[in-house]
Design a protein around this ligand. Structure first.
Ligand SMILES: Cc1ncc(COP(=O)(O)O)c(C=O)c1O
Length: 353
């Protein structure tokens, strides 16, 4: 593919003015910013644990394996509930497994999920994760006690996470806990540098392309390794808060919606995978769901050969007797209809040899 934005699953530096506006702050009013989605989750878990007599923390069994293991390092009270992540018509009732002493993390799978939050007194604390559904209707009209999202999945910023309270009762103050490890802030600079290198790689056809590519991929890999073993919630520096703020009121769904509509019209029907779609919301990416891992790997390999770099969301989840594994193809603001035409043609070619 001519568009090289998909190499390494992070954004290159992008001018905020180039992205169309959205009045996010009309919907999400009292929020706190963090450096990662994990920090936002940990901050609110710790706050509830300190203030309430929390017994169990419930996570969905199907979830990001990195986040699950990170949270298991932080808390010994993690339990799991089962839910089909590919069925937005699910009827999950948190009262079937959780009590008013528990926290339940509810993931907005792919931007398509809405949850019925009980209104009874005996309900657990319900926290929704909108990392893959930023600006979806589930995110903007949530009735959860708290919501979190990893902003860095959608906004072209070095690092970013958010916590908000949909009922708007209290202002959350983003306070750091303990002494701040100064190395943490180097990490922001590291990712910022990687984003600039990636921008150069995409727009300057320099001779040293591959060196540049390896350099920015290494920086990102160092940063992700560091974050996976960093457990302290760090307060966001004012200059970083300002930069994240520049990208908050932007309409990321606008681009995805157009791109996805094109793909859905132009992709041939293929019984080997299911395309997740819904007429109310736009999915996080083009999501192909498979029954077995071998077929997913075959499509993934084919796409990589075509210069399209999909991601698995998430590796390590178990096979069920139905649709089980998801391949995500990026369709965000970095991509045009011309790119979509290339993706559709490439996918339609798979298996036709
Ligand atoms: C659904 C979901 N929630 C939360 C996170 C955590 O976000 P971050 O990587 O910013 O900590 C991730 C990503 O890793 C994720 O996939």
């Amino acid at each position: 593919m001519e568009n090289k934005a998909g190499i390494g699953s992070f954004f290159h530096s992008t001018d905020a003015d180039a992205i169309t506006n959205f009045n996010t702050q009309d919907y999400i009013t009292n929020y706190s910013l963090f450096y990662t989605g994990r920090h936002a989750i940990k901050y609110i878990f710790d706050k509830l644990i300190a203030e309430e007599n929390i017994a169990k923390i419930w996570l969905p069994k199907y979830y990001c394996q990195h986040v699950t293991s990170w949270l298991q390092k932080c808390y010994s009270t993690i339990h799991f509930y089962t839910l089909d992540p590919f069925n937005p018509e699910h009827q999950l009732n948190v009262l079937d497994f959780a009590t008013d002493k528990d926290i339940v993390l509810l993931n907005n799978f792919w931007g398509l999920f809405h949850y019925n939050i009980p209104t009874t007194a005996n309900k657990p604390f319900c926290i929704e994760d909108h990392s893959h559904g930023w600006l979806s209707s589930g995110c903007l009209t949530s009735k959860a006690d708290y919501c979190v999202a990893s902003l860095r999945k959608t906004l072209p910023i070095p690092l970013g996470g958010i916590l908000w309270q949909p009922n708007g009762k209290t202002q959350n103050n983003n306070t750091s806990i303990g002494n701040v490890d100064p190395v943490f802030y180097d990490n922001w600079d590291l990712v910022n540098k990687a984003m600039q290198l990636k921008q150069n790689y995409i727009y300057n056809n320099s001779v040293n392309d591959d060196t540049l590519k390896q350099k920015y991929l290494n920086l990102i890999s160092d940063s992700e390794n560091y974050l996976q073993h960093q457990y302290q919630v760090i307060s966001v520096k004012e200059e970083h808060r300002k930069l994240i703020g520049l990208y908050l009121n932007k309409n990321y769904t606008y681009y995805k919606k157009h791109n996805l509509e094109y793909l859905i019209q132009n992709l041939n029907k293929n019984d080997n995978y299911l395309i997740l779609k819904n007429n109310k919301n736009t999915t996080f990416g083009l999501h192909l769901v498979f029954k077995d891992l071998d077929t997913l790997q075959s499509v993934k390999k084919h796409l990589i050969q075509k210069g399209i770099y999909p991601s698995e969301l998430w590796p390590g989840n178990e096979q069920t007797n139905s649709w089980s594994f998801l391949l995500n193809i990026h369709i965000d603001f970095r991509y045009t209809i011309k790119d979509m035409a290339y993706i559709a043609a490439s996918l339609n070619q798979w298996g036709n040899y």
